[in-house]
Design a protein around this ligand. Sequence first.
Ligand SMILES: Nc1nc2c(ncn2[C@@H]2O[C@H](COP(=O)(O)OP(=O)(O)OP(=O)(O)O)[C@@H](O)[C@H]2O)c(=O)[nH]1
Ligand SMILES: [Mg+2]
Length: 285
Amino acid sequence: MFCRHLRLKTLPEVWTFARMNAHKLASLQNVTSFPHKKAQSLVYPFNNIEPYLDRSVNRSDFRLFDPSVEDMLRAEKLFLSSPSHHIDYYTSAERMDHAPDLKQPEVCFIGRSNVGKSSLIKALFSLTPEVEVRVSKTPGHTKKMNFFRVGRSFTIVDMPGYGHRAPKDFVDIVEPYLFTRTNLVRTFLLVDGSVGLQPADRIALEMCEETRRPYVIVLTKMDKGGPRTQLLNLLSVHKVIKSETTSCFPQPFLISSLNFWGIYLLRCFVAHITGAVQLTNTAQS
Ligand SMILES: Nc1nc2c(ncn2[C@@H]2O[C@H](COP(=O)(O)OP(=O)(O)OP(=O)(O)O)[C@@H](O)[C@H]2O)c(=O)[nH]1
Ligand SMILES: [Mg+2]
């Protein structure tokens, strides 16, 4: 067994903290004024779990992308809309041949319905709340590919989910996009970190492998399920990445859109892989 017993905040505590601090949490600039331990746990969620990993587990894969706070602050600026750097919802597309002809690098978010794709994109854009990203408790809410432009730097695409209540033509919408979109630089495959890899996620993983394009796994809802479950789910995802994939980035990203864990790191990763921010710290992708 890799995890020792641990106690983190219970869910109601987390919700209260998130609700009270939502406006502050949106910005890393504010978070840097928090007590050091709190700031570290928000920025590097792996730090919350790491002390409970057995000593024999090699940590290096979990910190491959390890930018400095300064790099993350530079990346954060890209998520602030301004007259010279306009962030907006651009358009939706029901099929690949309706996708907009945008040349800038693109990243997309895929995953089971209800896994938290739209919530994650909403958290990324929380510094520009006028950008409307619709989330819903009801699975199958996002029915089309929604394109959000981040100035001329990159585009973020919110995808419909697969699995429960997915659009009937899900495969027809998503597969051609993943295989043929020329400016797609990274696919983010979201997996619910509180329940772990499900059979439908494995099918999506195979689809990502078949595209032979780089992709990244993001574990969502890391505020749910309890640390022991989260840790076991993280380790089993990591094992699958190591042993069954060739195009997946070895480091799974840990996220809670509810309380902003990992959002700052992911903003920086997106800015980095799209070429919008050069890191001063050595990092891999
Ligand atoms: N606790 C918790 N709930 C979350 C988190 N992210 C999303 N949710 C909740 O999960 C539900 C689904 O969120 P969405 O972001 O709409 O999920 P989606 O993947 O876009 O779903 P579809 O559009 O239906 O494919 C909503 O009730 C969210 O509030 C999270 O980090 N923590
Ligand atoms: Mg959605």
